[in-house]
Design a protein around this ligand. Structure first.
Ligand SMILES: NC(=O)c1ccc[n+]([C@@H]2O[C@H](COP(=O)([O-])OP(=O)(O)OC[C@H]3O[C@@H](n4cnc5c(N)ncnc54)[C@H](O)[C@@H]3O)[C@@H](O)[C@H]2O)c1
Length: 472
């Protein structure tokens, strides 16, 4: 099948490469000339495991092309996917300007029947606006080509995008034409051979499904973060509680790891957008407003702990408004989650900016996101190529992103590298803020505080070891 994908970002590039790999002829179009030049050379502008190999193979086999010529892409395809960004507008609603621009480009270029498949995450009712934009462009040219608009939301996760796209749990297609629905079903058939469903539904329900899915996942994260906070206060162990509830088949383990709060290009903006859509319909989304509030608060928890520790020890050497002056905080992990270089809405941004405001010096490492992080922090922090080097002279370490390589570090090496924040009134030399807390709050077990300082309960191992280190 001939396909075009308009917008070659995280979603468009993955979708284009995967469709090409299943035998389709795919043209990926984008307005970003530099990006297209790099892609044409087989260079991948983002970090996504396995993507480079897939793109190179399909370029070589002649099934995948890149262009800035959207007219060429539309003229040579039956299905035109729109995968452009839908960033939050000032009022939190999804900004549809890129989607509608792409729709108008399709309307200007089409020369016969086309399916316009919306992959961007868009509020209920957007398909109607897209249809109107295409129709307007056709009218301008006095053309009456038949076309269908379908909603085909994308559920891939950055870091596991290829697997998610190639083996989706389900494919959602919102269509009001059986012709378009059948063409989409044919296109997706190779991806659901293990019996996973293709769910055909009305367009509005498909548009809403994507927001409902992200909103529920964000809710699980804020929920477990609240339970973790309460566990710490009440002397329970969040890791035990997590296992206790996760084994219930009605609940499951997914998205129940406490941490520093959710980030990324989807959850924050999609939760805001659904709240906004509800408002437009006169409905108050009370649960989701709290989900967002809890998430904002959660990003402050690590900072509060660092502040409390150094403040309590009289370690803060700076002025009142710079209580962390003289302290070096090491950061492991900058991207919003592991296996991506995506820094959009990463909790590390809020955390580091706050620590800098409080006077701390920041030394940071991330396996893939340092180039992206430079665009955010500039030279306000130090970027360290080796994660252990971060610890040299550091007073504390905050593990923000659960990259695999941080899961079983060499604790002996860590202990030797870190500066000991020993003060005159303590005979113990705790080298980590987390470790210090293990000693200072005897009623809560180590892993109960784990989720508040790290973003994955698998850090139990790390945390336990840090407690041992603190007793040296
Ligand atoms: N990133 C994810 O994990 C993910 C997952 C599911 C859904 N989504 C949704 O998919 C959409 C795209 O997200 P993304 O992360 O891939 O965005 P992105 O910012 O990485 O990519 C968007 C691309 O669209 C291009 N573009 C903008 N206007 C254009 C136009 N008129 N014509 C051609 N190209 C144009 C931009 O240059 C950019 O390359 C969003 O609505 C997002 O919410 C994202």
């Amino acid at each position: 099948m001939n396909i075009s994908v308009i917008g070659t970002g995280y979603v468009g590039l993955v979708a284009g490469a995967c469709f090409a790999d299943s035998g389709n002829d795919v043209i990926c179009a984008d307005i970003d000339e530099k990006k297209i030049q790099r892609l044409t050379r087989g260079e991948i502008p983002i970090y996504e495991p396995g993507l480079e190999e897939l793109v190179k193979r399909n370029i070589k086999d002649g099934r995948l092309q890149f262009t800035t010529d959207i007219t060429y892409a539309v003229k040579n395809s039956l299905v035109c996917f729109i995968a452009v960004g839908t960033p939050p507008g000032e009022d939190g609603s999804a900004d549809l300007k890129y989607v509608l621009e792409a729709a108008r480009d399709i309307g200007k270029a089409m020369d016969g029947y086309r399916i316009m498949a919306g992959k961007s995450t868009v509020p209920v009712g957007t398909a109607d606006k897209v249809r109107a934009a295409i129709r307007e462009e056709l009218n301008k040219r006095s053309k009456n080509h038949e076309f269908d608009v379908v909603s085909n939301p994308e559920f891939l996760k950055e870091g596991a995008a290829l697997d998610d796209f190639m083996k989706p749990d389900r494919v959602v297609i919102g269509a009001d034409s059986s012709k378009a629905a059948e063409i989409m079903r044919e296109l997706y058939a190779p991806f659901v051979r293990t019996g996973k469903p293709i769910l055909i539904m009305d367009i509005r329900s498909a548009e809403m499904t994507k927001y409902a899915a992200n909103a529920l996942l964000a809710t699980k994260i804020s929920f477990i973060n609240e339970i973790a906070n309460l566990c710490e206060a009440a002397g329970a162990d969040i890791d035990n509680v997590r296992r206790g509830i996760g084994t219930d088949s009605r609940i499951g383990f997914e998205f129940l790891f406490p941490g520093v709060g959710y980030g990324g290009s989807c959850f924050p903006k999609d939760v805001q957008a659904i709240i906004r859509t509800a408002g437009e319909h006169g409905y108050d989304m009370k649960v989701l407003k709290s989900v967002e509030e809890v998430n904002c608060r959660q990003k402050g928890v690590v900072v509060d702990k660092i502040l409390k520790y150094f403040g309590a020890r009289g370690k803060g050497q700076g002025a009142k408004d710079k209580p962390l002056e003289g302290n070096t905080i090491g950061i492991w992990g900058l991207s919003f989650k592991p296996r991506t270089d995506d820094m959009r809405e990463a909790p590390s941004i809020t955390i580091i900016n706050r620590l800098l405001d409080l006077g701390a010096r920041i030394k940071a490492h991330d396996p893939e996101a340092m180039d992206e992080a430079r665009k955010v922090f500039g030279n306000r922090i130090e970027y360290i190529q080796d994660n252990y080097e971060v610890l040299k002279g550091a007073d504390a370490l905050a593990v923000i992103t659960e990259w695999n390589e941080f899961r079983r570090p060499n604790f002996e090496k860590m202990r030797n590298l870190m500066k000991s924040p020993v003060t005159s009134h303590t005979c113990v030399a705790p080298r980590f803020v987390v470790a210090a807390y293990a000693k200072n709050t005897p009623h809560s077990s180590p892993s109960s505080r784990l989720g508040l300082l790290c973003s994955d309960a698998l850090y139990a191992q790390l945390f336990m070891s840090l407690c041992i280190i603190s007793s040296f």
